[in-house]
Design a protein around this ligand. Structure first.
Ligand SMILES: [Zn+2]
Length: 433
């Protein structure tokens, strides 16, 4: 009788890492399959169906979790939806152990990707995965289809080595991480509370353990001016010029929020944690007509210590102030909140899951895992803020996420796959498959 737990047994760990090595090409193949889906907002269906097949291929029974706006309406984590959830249900699958030991774990990833931008700027088409110099290029390759490929392959490696987690292992593929987080919120409400949640979101140019993230608010400002022929331009009010005047106020707000005395831990040492992005602008009818209406869409970061509701109030105040300017006299200005209404979050490096991940990374990479305070947000916040569950993100290196020629390093993908396999073993414990 061997009283060393399987998860710390050197032979078991070696067998798991060998299995992960033998699955290296499988992980790359899975990532290629996922990147081929153009799973932008409202078009996640085929990628979700692919994930259903992937979970089934692990011997699990995938299940859909509807995002029920009515049921989530009173939840403080709900962000105002942008579009209907019909036909876009996230997918979950649960491994159940034979015994009752170990700690349960949720491994989650988002299948949604941000738009590809100007496709003509990509070296190769964004949804045709291409490998160059050890990196895979494609929209979503790093953010975060590589993370999904890594956790799926890590689980497969355990099984191939003859083991399985000795605790419940939940896996989820969600939607709308990039605009609301409501897919993750629905999954959190549907699953039994796990002992920890780990999301393999990419690191910033190197593998990283997330230790904090800012919150984010999405706001839409609509300006209605007064149309006129340009030859009587003075009698009209130009909605596009009014929109740019309002947008300028937000750049002042951004500078103000990033001043050293405003910055709060854990971002106190970062010189620009709060970013305001003027993301979209639409409006106007004709080059020779004073435009009647313009709409701008903005993303405003939330400094820790402030809530997203505080920032929403700031936004309303800024817009109301800007609308008082003489140049905007006669315009009608309204503010709408749709998309992110999300608070920031701290993921303590001292929490147990973060220590297990760090230890696993050190074992496979031979060096300490770097910490990352993210000036963007992830779905991990829900588990910490609303469920009291330990959560963090740890994933492969990335380049140009949300930009042109997004890529992930394949050596890093493999390293993270190996580390996730050891993390599952160390966290959940192992039993013979
Ligand atoms: Zn992401």
């Amino acid at each position: 009788m061997n009283d060393i737990p399987l998860s710390t047994d050197a032979g078991a760990r070696r067998a798991i890492l060998d299995a992960a090595d033998s699955l290296r090409q499988d992980a790359i193949g899975l990532l290629e399959r996922l990147v081929r889906h153009r799973s932008v907002l409202g078009h996640e269906q085929s990628c979700l169906a692919e994930m259903e097949e992937v979970f089934a291929s692990l011997g699990l029974q995938p299940r859909r979790v509807p995002v029920d706006e009515a049921a989530l309406a009173s939840h403080p984590g709900l962000s105002p939806p942008l579009i209907s959830y019909a036909g876009r249900d996230p997918v979950i699958a649960i491994h159940r152990p034979r015994g009752h030991g170990g700690r349960s774990l949720l491994l989650q990833g988002h299948v949604d990707v941000v738009p590809e931008g100007a496709e003509d700027l990509w070296t190769t088409p964004p949804y045709e995965p291409a490998i160059r110099d050890g990196r895979m290029y494609g929209r979503g390759a790093a953010d975060m289809k590589a993370g999904i490929a890594a956790y799926v392959t890590a689980f497969r490696a355990l099984k191939l080595a003859g083991f399985q987690p000795a605790a419940e292992l939940q896996m989820a593929a969600v939607i709308e991480e990039e605009c609301t987080g409501n897919g993750a919120l629905a999954v959190m409400q549907a699953l039994p509370k796990p002992d920890a949640c780990l999301i393999p979101e990419p690191g910033p140019g190197h593998p990283a353990l997330y230790t904090a993230e800012v919150g984010v608010v999405w706001a839409w400002v609509t300006i209605t001016g007064r149309p006129a022929h340009v030859r009587e331009m003075q009698s009209g009010v130009n909605a596009i010029e009014a929109a740019t005047a309002i947008a300028a106020r937000f750049k002042d707000y951004e500078s103000e929020m990033n001043r050293a005395e405003r910055r709060r831990p854990p971002f106190a040492a970062d010189n620009h944690p709060v970013n305001v992005n003027l993301g979209t602008i639409e409006g106007g009818e004709w080059n020779s007509s004073v435009p009647t209406r313009a709409r701008i869409g903005m993303r405003v970061g939330v400094m820790p210590g402030y809530s997203c509701r505080d920032v929403a109030r700031d936004i309303q105040r800024l817009v109301a102030d800007a609308a008082q300017a003489p140049a905007l006299k006669g315009t009608k200005v309204s503010v709408e909140f749709k998309g992110f209404m999300a608070d920031g979050c701290v993921f303590p490096a001292t929490q147990a899951i973060s220590r297990v991940v760090s230890e696993a990374h050190r074992e496979v990479a031979g060096e300490a895992l770097r910490h990352y305070n993210a000036p963007g947000l992830t779905d991990a916040r829900f588990y910490i803020l609303y469920q009291g569950t330990e959560a963090t993100c740890y994933g492969p290196d990335s380049d140009n996420i949300h930009g042109i020629d997004e890529s992930v390093g394949l050596a890093s993908l493999h390293e993270v796959t190996r580390a996730l396999a050891l993390t599952i073993a160390g966290w959940c414990g192992l039993e013979k498959a």
